[in-house]
Design a protein around this ligand. Structure first.
Ligand SMILES: [Zn+2]
Length: 291
């Protein structure tokens, strides 16, 4: 009752103020104020996060874009580099005066003509028969006879005889058993000789030079691709050229000179057409380009 009286004593206009004052001092007011402050702080906090986060996103996006541009550029440069590396720098030559080759393919058999394909030819390997005085025909027939004798596994794509004759025993598209770990990517030439020194006579020598030069033009190789059996396995073959290194150097120079003097540079298309490369094979016959 007293309160009511007190209220009544306060002028009407002041009553609201008193109520507000009381309210401000009340726990409810303090609680709401705290809540409002908390809410405000949260809003400020969120606003800061938005500004900061947005800024960070923009920076990140810029970094990604720049990185993308740089990366794209470097990828593009790498591709260009690889493409330039892959540009065909091969020198294509054709030799119109093809050496005379007596094609006498040996019978397919697992000892001397297993009919396994060669891969891309990267070398020509020179051998000597290590059988003084034997002829090209005898060596060819020995390889062929292995189908029955089973004595050993050996053969050669070509045999060059004492009179310079060339007999082909195996198509170049097939592997011969001559140069061990290089049978898959080389062409082999067995050379006949008169004595134990293994030195080739002039007819054999000239014929081997011509055959090597011809095969280099056919398989787009430089004279450096002509190697000795010795260079593959360390075997003393061809003996004379292992014993006389400077003679081997001269031989390769002779191949290079013969090739350059007896061939002409052409484009790939003319080269492949001249050697029949890319022609379809009609199995089981051997086309000219496989020889
Ligand atoms: Zn050999």
């Amino acid at each position: 009752m007293e309160d009511r009286n007190n209220q009544r004593d306060i002028p009407r206009g002041d009553r609201g103020n008193v109520q507000r004052k009381n309210y401000r001092q009340s726990e409810e007011y303090q609680r709401r104020k705290a809540l409002r402050m908390k809410k405000r702080r949260r809003q400020v906090y969120i606003a800061r996060i938005c500004v900061f986060g947005g800024g960070a996103l923009i920076i990140l996006a810029l970094v990604l874009i720049i990185n993308g541009i740089v990366h794209h550029k470097s990828v593009k440069e790498s591709i260009q580099f690889v493409e330039e590396k892959q540009k065909d720098t091969t020198v294509y030559r054709i030799m119109e005066n093809k050496p005379e080759i007596d094609v006498q393919l040996i019978t397919p058999n697992e000892y001397s003509r297993p009919q396994i394909s060669t891969e891309k030819i990267t070398g020509i390997v020179v051998h000597y028969t290590a059988n003084p005085g034997t002829t090209a025909q005898q060596n060819r027939d020995f390889f062929d006879g292995l189908k029955d004798s089973h004595l050993t596994s050996v053969s050669s794509h070509f045999v060059v005889g004492l009179e310079g004759e060339v007999i082909q025993c195996i198509p170049t598209s097939e592997r011969a058993y001559a140069s061990n770990q290089r049978n898959f990517d080389t062409i082999s030439i067995e050379c006949c000789h008169m004595d134990e020194t293994g030195k080739f006579n002039d007819a054999t020598y000239d014929s081997v030079v011509r055959l090597c030069a011809y095969l280099c033009t056919k398989f787009n190789l430089e004279a450096d691709a002509v190697i000795r059996h010795y260079d593959v396995t360390g075997k003393a073959c061809p003996k004379y050229f292992v014993d006389n290194e400077e003679e081997w150097t001269k031989f390769k120079m002779a191949v290079d000179a013969y090739m350059k003097g007896n061939s002409r540079e052409v484009d790939k298309e003319e080269h492949d057409s001249f050697y029949g490369i890319g022609e379809q094979t009609i199995t089981p016959s051997i086309t000219e380009n496989q020889l």
